[in-house]
Write a protein that binds this ligand. Structure first.
Ligand SMILES: [Fe+2]
Length: 347
């Protein structure tokens, strides 16, 4: 359903205020061919209303001919910033970058964040942004979860469908995604609401069963027949099942990259305003699936790179898979039981 300009301007003002935008600071809005015009115009208006100096930087799309999907998260690797010194300089000189194109992780982005520039990604359609305007309560909930991850040495995930996965942790930091950038050099994504980390290199063992109703991204598909993934020494060694398993396996094979099969980020969804059902209601071209990644109580795991966490693995393949009805434990303490978040915090 459509959102009024007024409502989306209000939403932007809320997010920019949570991101501690001050009058006189410089905001650069990053755009490309697929940027939503209403998201762009309301971002420019809201930032100006809060007294910022506002720029727009429009970059050329890349990788379209290489990717099998139109999904902006499906294909990593080079970005429009690769070798683009003028754009990098403009972004480094900005206090806040509103990324309406999907810059994604790259050495250039790390370089920009290291100067203190904040980057907020916002590419979901306007009504999804408006439904999931972040709050301080979202932040508190996600930070409680990342504090638990930071202390833990092992994450174990089990389900009645047959998942039994053990992930030793500690080599990589815990990451909180709560939807706004309130500290210098912070990257975040509106909408989001989840806690994640990466398992230690080559140590994850066990079995993952992607059950009926679990979601494959970027396929944006609810699995109809279970898929069994056998994980040994940190890599998916086999992907078996019916047609869904064949789709996943053949798509991954197309990248011709053994690194694509590594277990990447692991964590759980903490956003009560995200919904498991949303993907069933949307055209697949209309969304990148943040509802699926963030709905409360999912176990979200990924196959592919760990370079965004400081690891050495980069691969262009990026698969995210949220599972329902899992029990997630950290060093034996349950944090999600049967797909419900156990959270003792006050809100
Ligand atoms: Fe991911």
């Amino acid at each position: 359903m459509a959102i009024s300009d007024h409502e989306l301007i209000q939403a932007w003002k809320e997010v920019l205020t949570l991101s501690k935008l001050e009058p006189g600071q410089t905001v650069t809005v990053l755009t490309s061919a697929a940027t939503h015009p209403q998201t762009l115009s309301t971002a420019l208006t809201a930032a100006a209303m809060l007294g910022a100096v506002v720029n727009r930087l429009d970059l050329q799309p890349v990788n379209g001919e290489k990717a099998l999907s139109r999904d902006s998260l499906a294909y990593l690797g080079t970005t429009p910033l690769t070798g683009n010194k003028a754009a990098i300089a403009a972004l480094k000189a900005s206090d806040l970058v509103l990324d309406l194109m999907t810059l994604l992780f790259s050495p250039e982005q790390h370089e920009i964040l290291a100067t203190g520039t904040k980057i907020l990604l916002a590419v979901e359609p306007p009504e999804v942004l408006a439904r999931m305007v972040p709050t301080l309560a979202d932040r508190a909930r996600v930070l409680r979860a990342t504090a638990k991850i930071e202390k833990a040495k092992t994450m174990r995930v089990v389900s009645a469908a047959g998942t039994d996965l053990t992930c030793p942790m500690g080599e990589f930091p815990a990451i909180a995604e709560y939807g706004f950038c309130d500290t210098p050099g912070r990257w975040d994504h509106w909408p989001s609401g989840f806690a994640l980390t990466w398992p230690n290199e080559k140590q994850t063992q066990g079995t993952i069963v992607i059950d009926r109703g679990d979601i494959l991204l970027p396929m944006k598909r609810y699995v109809a027949e279970p898929i069994t993934i056998t994980v040994k020494d940190g890599f998916a060694r086999s992907i078996t099942g019916g047609v869904d398993a064949e789709l996943l396996a053949e798509y991954m094979e197309s990248f011709k990259d053994p690194e694509a099969y590594a277990i990447s980020h692991i964590g759980w969804g903490l956003q009560p305003r995200a919904s498991w059902t949303t993907l069933a209601l949307y055209d697949r071209e209309a969304t990148i699936g943040m509802d699926a990644r963030a709905f409360e109580g999912n176990f979200l795991f990924s196959l592919g790179p760990n370079n965004e966490a400081g690891g050495s693995r980069s691969t262009t393949c990026h698969i995210d898979i949220p599972l329902r009805k899992c029990t997630v434990s950290l060093d034996g303490e349950e944090v999600v039981r049967l797909g419900k978040v156990l959270d003792q915090g006050q809100e």
